[in-house]
Design a protein around this ligand. Sequence first.
Ligand code: GAR
Length: 208
Amino acid sequence: MLKVGVLVSGGGTNLQAILDKKAAGYLPECEFVSVVASKPGVYALERAANFGIPGTVICKKDYASQDEYDKALVEHFTEKGVGLIVLAGFLTILGKTFMDAFEGRIINVHPALIPSFCGKGFYGLKPHEKALEYGVKVTGATVHFVELEADAGPIILQKAVYIKEDDTAETLQKRVMKEAEWEILPEAIKLFSEDKLKLEGRIVKISD
Ligand code: GAR
C-alpha cells in the first residue's frame, strides 16, 4: 500500500476529487495518511476530516528559514511513512531540502497546459486570465513531477479544455478544474501507485 500525503492551501476541490475516487474504489493501492495545509482555516482541512484523514497546519512563517520549514515538512511526512506527496492547490514554495528528501515522489497539478501560462506567480485565476488575454483557443491542466524550478518538472498527464468566446477567468477556471484537473490528478496518483511511471531523461513513459 502506498502512503500518500497531500499538501493544500485552499478550497481543496482537487483533494475532494481524489478522495471521492478513493471512496469509489479507484485507488486501491493508496492510503491517504495526512493532509497538510499551509495556513489555518482552509476548507480543504474540513474535507480531509470528513474522510477521517488527519489534518495538520504547518505555516512557513513559523519557521526561521526555508530550510527549517522544509525540515518540518520532511519530518512530518517521514513519520507518517509517506511514499508520495501530492500538491493539490498548494501555493507555498518548497525548497531543496524537501525536494531532495522526496525526489521523484512529489507531483503537482497546474491549471494550464505547461509550458504555457506557468511559473512564478501563475496560480489561482492568473493562468486563466493570461490564457484569455493571449487569445489561445485551448487550455487545460497538467500533472507533473515537482522539481525546484516552478512548474518545470517532467510532465505526467495533460488534458485539454476548449475556450469559449464568452468565458471569463472564473468560468474557465471552473471548467478546467471539472473537465481536466479532477480527472488527471487522481489518474496520475493511480499510475504512480501502480508503479507505471518511468522517467527517461525528462520524458515520463507510462506502461500498461
Ligand atoms: C487549482 O486550480 C490548482 O490547479 C491550482 O490552485 C487551484 C486549487 O484549487 N494550483 C496552482 O495554481 C499551482 N500553481 P483547490 O484548492 O480547489 O484544489
